[in-house]
Design a protein around this ligand. Sequence first.
Ligand code: HEM
Length: 482
Amino acid sequence: MVLDTSHANLNALEFEVFGVDSRTGFMPLRPPVGRLPALWEVWEELLDDARHEHLQPGDKFGLSVAEMARSERWRNSLCQIPLLPIDDLETSQELLRRAHLVLSFLMHFYIHTLPPDSPVVIPQPISIPLLQVAKVLDLPPVITFSDTVLYNWCLTVSSSDTNPPKSLNPDAIRCQTLFTDTPDESAFYLCSARIELHGVRALNIMRSSMDEIFVGDALAVARLTTYLISLSTIIGELKSLLLDVRKECDPEIYYNVVRPWFRGEDSDTYLVPGSGQKRRWIFEGARDYTDLNMLPPDRELSGASAGQSSLIHALDVFLGINHERPNSLSFMKRMQRYMPRQHRQFLDHLAKNPRPLREFVMSASSMDPNDGALALKEAYNHVVMSLKEFRDSHMIIATLYIMGPARRAAAVAATSLVTPISKTEAQAGPKVSNTVQTVPEATHTQVTDDATVGITGTGGTDLVEFLKGVRNQTIRTLLSDK
Ligand code: HEM
């Protein structure tokens, strides 16, 4: 499927200011940098080693002594690399993005291979450059959706053509960097990439719609109605692309093998032995750099989540779906901190639109409830319903990929009375298992009878309640018949 951009009516320049390409949307048009230059080769090599050694999470059930020793060796080699300057990276956004990707993958490999009873102290050779790169990019020092999806692909067949490509075929890209080298992990990221690329059509329609709202006459109302009908179809296609993740990504592998790697600090529920306190992630040496206080005031460090997809946020903003809460920062607003700066600014720009769609539709139908205005309202409601249906399907996916495997993992743990293997136990003798489960979240989050209650998303949310809330907020945006 090649993106058809012939119907695009974009003010390309305006979109480009926000790093939004008229052909590829929030993804870059050209493949991201695949490897840092020689000066930072040691980071790339460490990442290659982590992948080739098939490092395993430190809280995996039945982790063998050999696996533990391999991880420890890798962590020791990471501690020994020199602290490299990032000055020469700062001239290039593309290099900085690759550096954020490499360093955050390294940090997640480091943290999640640690035994669960070990403090989390990220060694200086990666903590300092990660904080520095994150500061320049204005991103948190943790793995984000932009690392795993937006800037994590290459072409399946490289091209020698130096002219800018006219489009990007979602079927002609593959992932660059993975934690597990499983096809399931790759399929998980590529599902989001396909949605981003297909979503370009939605962005183009949004742009054209805003032009029509600006004109605001009867012809504009008719055109806007047609655009909204098309937008509804496109959101339906995004839903199908989302459901297609089931074709190549196995829920058990996703939950037990892939997902443990991108847990953030807020999903790290292990306690510091003897203190009853949750482990904090300590960036070694950061105190010596007064300008490196990159952690948000609430110190939140969530793991990568497609909740950080600017596309879905853009649809919300365009349709006037408001997820804000009176006294606290909503999840959606929090996730915007994890987006590339320009994409965040794009959303702010959209939100400041002086003639928002929902108000326009309301005033058109209240001032002159003719057939055209009624058709417009119907089309608007149709789009909102499509996004609600996208979210219904997303809840099905979340149930399939998280709640189901979590319940099963909790049941296995309960029946076999297996507890996470500690280092001392392991040293007493290997306890080899073919299972690849990590400690099921339900057993180490809130204690509960129902394994789904208290299960947190990668972004650290109470999953079921949260997803229902976002879906219900979408429904509340529908315009009534009055
Ligand atoms: C196997 C596939 C997926 C799973 C298991 C999954 C799971 C989740 C979870 C657990 C959350 C809760 C927030 C958090 O803590 O991270 C979430 C939120 C979210 N996800 Fe996904 N997700 C998947 C795929 C996608 C895809 C492909 C997209 C679209 C690009 C997407 C878009 C969102 C959005 C926008 C939110 C915020 C809540 C909302 O707007 O409804 N997800 N997802």
